[in-house]
Design a protein around this ligand. Structure first.
Ligand SMILES: [Zn+2]
Length: 131
């Protein structure tokens, strides 16, 4: 028996002990509860992935749309020198501390990609200009 059903049955059993319920009532209650509990559990299981548990992994701190400061767990688009100074770190010290490569950009992945693309476009444009 899965956990959802077990939980639902416990609740229904408790209800049935305090008031008379028909079998139909019990069945529909179990159904409703199972669905409700399942949804509640799914939500709970989703939570840790998005917050602290993942933020503490430096590799996962740099996300598509944000970068998490591993010192204070706050999200930014760009982790600035100014912010790191609050923690008494320079970007270099921060990277060493958390095991990032020296050339890692402390910006959201999407933003880093945009910047790279802009640089490439600029280079292409410069080339074109020279030719
Ligand atoms: Zn911070």
């Amino acid at each position: 028996m899965d956990d959802y059903l077990k939980h639902a049955l416990e609740i229904v059993r408790a209800q049935a002990s305090v008031r008379n319920m028909t079998e139909d009532e019990m069945n529909s209650m179990i159904k409703t509860l199972t669905q409700g509990i399942k949804e509640a559990m799914d939500v709970e299981q989703d939570k840790p992935e998005q917050s602290e548990a993942f933020a503490l992994d430096p590799k996962k701190a740099i996300k598509e749309k944000s970068i998490v400061c591993l010192e204070c767990n706050k999200s930014f688009k760009v982790l600035t020198k100014k912010h790191l100074a609050i923690h008494g770190l320079t970007p270099e010290e921060y990277k060493v501390k958390w095991g990032y490569k020296k050339n890692t950009s402390l910006v959201a992945k999407g933003l880093a990609r945009e910047r790279r693309k802009k640089m490439q476009d600029m280079k292409l444009w410069e080339k074109r200009k020279k030719n």
